[in-house]
Design a binder for this molecule. Structure first.
Ligand code: AMP
Ligand code: MG
Length: 284
């Protein structure tokens, strides 16, 4: 008889520590979780009910107009890290009415004409919503830095701008959950290979992914700098080993549950006389 499940608090296990180095965390590891792919799938399914219940409460409480809470999941990672899979497999079960999903690609001319935070600010989740950023304002200090899309001084300015922005968003009632899905270079090769080998996956393949892959070390350094500069008390970074998709999904699910439990959303009280309405209905 084996026990499976989380052996500790996921947030403390996955939160980046000071001077964190990606090389120190094995992308194939499953920190804090006792079990394998089969138990992981079972546990994911089991915890869905909890996530769904909390999300529905959040949505309901905001509809009542009193709560100001929201959750924002920021997903970052190299290509093929599994951002899309998180959306499908972790958020796939919650009521889509309460989810606001935004994917950020290369900025449009209009977006480039504004400050880098402009496009994200406009897509923040409304109160009661679970927002997901598939890529985010962090691209502006990741690809922006690696490909020198802005000068060094501007990149430098952005870390503080991000911290100010996130502090303001958090003060407004939004729990920010920042996740980097950490895959190995070997695992990425295998996933890109599969995208090339399978015609049903060609649509996911982008030749530019190989260009970014060739800059692996530069991206690693840019991520580490981003963690060092923007992992704050109100909006810490979590690095989730992602070579095993089942583990990454389980971990992100648990991080979301923890954020929602912090909010502890309550069912809104009826705005009418329940007993009187029961009588009216019975008589109708
Ligand atoms: P994907 O998420 O794989 O569909 O690709 C989106 C692409 O948009 C990635 O190559 C990102 O690096 C790129 N991208 C996202 N945000 C920015 C940004 N702020 N500046 C430049 N490129 C970006
Ligand atoms: Mg891509």
């Amino acid at each position: 008889m084996t026990t499976h499940g989380w052996q500790g608090d996921v947030r403390s296990i996955l939160r980046v520590a000071e001077r964190f180095r990606l090389a120190d965390l094995d992308p194939g590891a499953t920190p804090g979780y006792e079990g394998d792919k089969a138990t992981g799938a079972k546990d994911l399914a089991k915890r869905m009910a909890r996530l769904d219940d909390l999300q529905e409460r959040l949505y309901a409480s905001s509809r009542a107009g009193t709560a100001r809470d929201a959750v924002l999941l920021v997903l970052q990672g190299m290509d093929t890290a599994g951002k899309g899979g998180i959306v499908r497999h972790v958020l796939g079960s919650v009521d889509p009415q309460g989810v606001q999903l935004r994917a950020f690609g290369a900025p449009t001319a209009d977006e480039l004409a504004h400050d880098f935070l402009w496009r994200v600010e406009r897509r923040l989740p409304a109160r009661g919503f679970l927002g997901v950023f598939d890529r985010s304002h962090y691209e502006d200090v990741l690809v922006g830095k690696v490909r020198q899309l802005a000068d060094a001084e501007e990149i430098e300015r952005r870390y503080a701008a991000i911290n100010d922005f996130e502090a303001r968003v958090a003060a407004g009632g939004t729990r920010i959950v920042k996740v980097m899905l950490h895959i190995s270079q070997d695992e990425q090769r295998a996933r890109l290979q599969e995208r090339l080998d399978r015609p049903d996956k060609h649509w996911k393949y982008n030749p530019g992914d190989v260009d970014d892959r060739m800059l692996w070390r530069e991206y690693r350094d840019a991520y580490e700098t981003a963690f060092a500069r923007t992992s704050t008390e109100t909006a810490p970074w979590y690095v989730v080993p992602a070579d095993r998709k089942w583990y990454a999904r389980l971990a992100v699910q648990e991080l979301l549950i923890a954020a929602l439990e912090d909010i502890d959303p309550q069912w809104p009280p009826a705005t009418f006389d329940v007993e009187a309405e029961k009588k009216r209905l019975a008589a109708s």
